[in-house]
Design a protein around this ligand. Structure first.
Ligand code: ADP
Length: 545
């Protein structure tokens, strides 16, 4: 028998309508290139959203057409997040940190029709322009740069959308937004989010057991709006009606700390690189910033080192470790201590918080070994497979169908253990695992241990080919400013924590670790560089790398 509930479509524009109606005066604050602050309210955002949707339709955008953005985090990007999907189009966020050739490849693959671009990124646009096919390009004036020939003003576009407008009816299952994976593993692949998946993801992300976002919060999404749909935070924060503070292009620790202090920020989100930088800055000048006590920091994108979680606790700031992927909208797991585990001894509690955590409601996870599902014993490794209403069921244009199991679960490529309490722990990505003498070594565990050494700012552990053992671990370490530590000292530091054969054969010191466009260690490049160095070291014994 049919239910008699209304068939009300789950559309992000309803989240904005709610925020504008009930929290209409709550602000969206954006840091502009000159560091001044631009302020608009949810009421303004809703009005501009309407104008943008109307103007895009008048400009000839048809349902399902892609509109690309090349923008930092600020109000206009937020307008695009809502206005493009509300018009029936698809928001396609281009990753401005990629090489221009890659941006052009992605834009052509997605067949973007229009582009909205920051005026501070016009040089980048000029580099991709000859290789892309945008019909119209709208420039957001943030720094007052002149409009280049062939481009139009974003504000003029909005002005064309003035006046009465009724949003088009949309089915909740139609595509609203699109992101490409950043290509850490092969060619970028497109993921299409639906209106429905975005709303469900927002509802669950805001839950107390997940990111715990409410109307009382002030959020700074440091995670770029051009990566993994900014972890869905622009939508979740709007659902919650909380104040949003956008950092613009100023992502250095000092600028962020100033912003946190000035706007009384209660929650912020970003990759560990950002947080390691902030922690180092706080440790150098512990008295300089007065942050809101209990401020939460959502950390994801790569593993949050346990030492970092401990470090922030000393300042009364709480790290909330989360795991996700572009393909999963992205939130999948969050590490919060269950109430009955909250009086565990400190070391055990920290070890749990450093795990990637518990799957959020409606999101299911399993670890698959060679002979079926691995036991949840916290020890047996398996590839993480997931499913849920905000997990991609295919890539755009059906690429790489082998990423899904026969029974329809998405294969993440992450190697995990799941413990009896259900906490998921990532030990590696399949391609980063180190296999020594037939046994697996977790690079993530070694990295975390190294990063808990007081002199170590960052550490990446990679596999190097070895004639006897097939592969052996090598570490690349960046020391903190004005600190020193020798290779032997670091190895001795690791010794009590690991089996002897896990200890890195060699520890290289570097001034920086190469990163992907989203701030993850670029291990493929490290493996190449250090395999070469290792060859010359072995050929010329006595020389230091
Ligand atoms: P890409 O796949 O191109 O790197 P994503 O941002 O989608 O871009 O990356 C998702 C991957 O990032 C996950 O599969 C996982 O390997 C890693 N990741 C995300 N969050 C965490 C985390 N908290 N701890 C460890 N790894 C993480």
């Amino acid at each position: 028998m049919q239910s008699n509930m209304m068939n009300f479509p789950l559309l992000p524009r309803h989240l904005l309508g709610h925020a504008a109606k009930l929290y209409g005066t709550v602000e969206i604050v954006s840091r502009l290139p000159d560091k001044s602050l631009h302020r608009e309210t949810y009421r303004d955002l809703e009005a501009r959203n309407r104008a943008l949707a109307k103007a895009l339709i008048s400009a000839g955008l048809r349902p399902g057409d892609r509109v690309a953005t090349l923008m930092w985090n600020h109000y206009a990007h937020l307008e695009a997040y809502f206005g493009i999907p509300a018009s029936g189009g698809i928001l396609h966020t281009l990753n401005l940190r990629l090489h221009p050739d890659d941006i052009a490849y992605i834009s052509n693959h997605a067949e973007d029709r229009f582009l909205i671009v920051d005026d501070t990124l016009l040089d980048l646009y000029a580099a991709i322009r000859p290789h892309t096919h945008f019909e119209r390009v709208f420039v957001v004036s943030l720094a007052g740069h002149p409009l280049p020939p062939g481009c139009e003003s974003y504000e003029a576009l909005l002005a064309e959308g003035a006046g009465k407008f009724t949003y088009p009816d949309l089915a909740e299952t139609t595509a609203a937004a699109m992101c490409y994976t950043s290509g850490t593993t092969g060619r970028p692949k497109g993921v299409l989010y639906s209106h429905r998946s975005i709303v469900l993801h927002s509802l669950v992300s805001a839950l107390p057991n997940a990111l715990n976002l409410g109307q009382r919060d002030v959020l700074v999404p440091v995670v770029p709006m051009f990566h993994a749909i900014s972890w869905g935070l622009p939508y979740t924060a709007t659902l919650a009606g909380c104040k949003q503070v956008m950092p613009g292009p100023h992502l250095d620790p000092e600028s962020l700390l100033d912003l946190y202090q000035q706007e009384r920020v209660s929650v912020s989100a970003g990759v560990p690189t950002i947080w390691l930088g902030i922690l180092e800055r706080l440790e150098r000048e512990p008295e300089r910033w007065q942050l809101k006590p209990g401020m939460r920091m959502v950390v994801g994108g790569s593993a949050a080192p346990e030492g970092m979680i401990r470090g922030f606790d000393k300042f009364g700031l709480e790290v909330l470790h989360a795991w996700g992927m572009t393909e999963t909208s992205p939130l999948g797991t969050v590490s919060q201590l269950k109430s009955y585990l909250s009086n565990l001894p400190a070391d055990e509690a920290y070890a749990l918080r450093a795990k990637q955590g518990l799957p959020v409601p409606l999101f299911e996870a399993r670890a698959m070994g060679d002979s079926g599902e691995a036991p949840q014993d916290g020890k047996t490794l398996g590839e993480l497979e997931v499913r849920g209403p905000w997990v991609a069921a295919s890539y755009y244009r059906g690429e790489r169908p082998e990423s899904w199991s026969e029974d329809g679960w998405f294969r993440t490529g992450d190697v995990v253990t799941i413990d009896p309490e259900g906490y998921v722990k990532i030990t590696d990505r399949t391609k980063d695992l180190i296999k020594s003498g037939g046994e697996w070594i977790s690079s993530v565990d070694l990295e975390n241990a190294l990063m808990s050494h007081p002199a170590v700012a960052e550490a990446a552990v990679i596999a190097l080919p070895d004639p006897k053992w097939q592969e052996r671990p090598a570490a690349v370490v960046v020391l903190k400013r004005n600190h020193s530590a020798s290779e032997d000292e670091l190895r001795e530091y690791l010794r009590p924590k690991f089996a002897k054969w896990w200890l890195p054969d060699v520890i290289y010191f570097a001034t920086e670790i190469p990163r992907t466009s989203t701030g993850k260690f670029l291990k493929s490049r490290l493996r190449k560089i250090y395999a070469e160095q290792e060859k010359s070291r072995l050929n010329c014994p006595g020389t230091t790398p």
